[in-house]
Ligand binder design. Sequence first.
Ligand code: GLN
Length: 257
Amino acid sequence: MKKIKKILAAVLLSALAIFAVVGCGSQQTGSGKKVLKVGSAIDFAPFEFQDEGETAYQGFDMDLIRAVAKEMGSEAEIQNIGFDGLIPALQAKNIDVIISGMTINDERKQKVGFSDPYYRSGLTMVVRSDEETIKSFKDLKGHKVAVQIGTTSANMVKEMEGVTVTELNTPADCFMELKARGVDAVVNDRPVNDYYIKQSQAVGVKSLEDKLSAEDYGIAMAKDNADLQKKINEALKKLHDNGEYDKIYQKWFGASK
Ligand code: GLN
């Protein structure tokens, strides 16, 4: 009897130890701070990008997740992962959360959990400045269109009749293909298109007014991690209440929400 009790205690202790390490989806750093492992596809300015010669990742999502982690008493450790590799990385538990301008939708909700929405987005098109036939989404019929692989834009364009779709790794690749006349239009998230057009490299292209579907961005976490989901939602709420969210919003979008 005594022996059984001992064995039981040992099993319980090791279970507790394992739970302490992996249970809450965070680890300790050398300095004792917890680490929130974040995955993001760093090619989506102004949400996540890296300036040439810079080591730090910057953008709205980067500031937001660092602030969220801080509220949780953690430090964000951000890994650059291709957009279509983000959900698999989360499922493999290589990362704790995704922040990557990721739209909350039913298809993804089958695989991951989402925080409350943190940004309202939508889709627009970029065409060459001399483009005269494409003025709205319905004009895409009969044309070649580039989209980023694994995105809501890709899903949408693939459903359109008579459109030839080229799927590329990043929005930057899509814009290059447009300028090289390999495609006639790029469908991509509105704030990213707007930001790109404002940049000096965006000569010879323009974005169109027509906007499709309102999309909400969310922070994704493992589907079974309700505890982390709750903590992230609480942190987001705190940042809205204390004005920090607005500060970050103004820094990147220049206006109050
Ligand atoms: N919002 C789009 C999506 O979730 C694109 C995101 C991205 O390319 N980073 O599919």
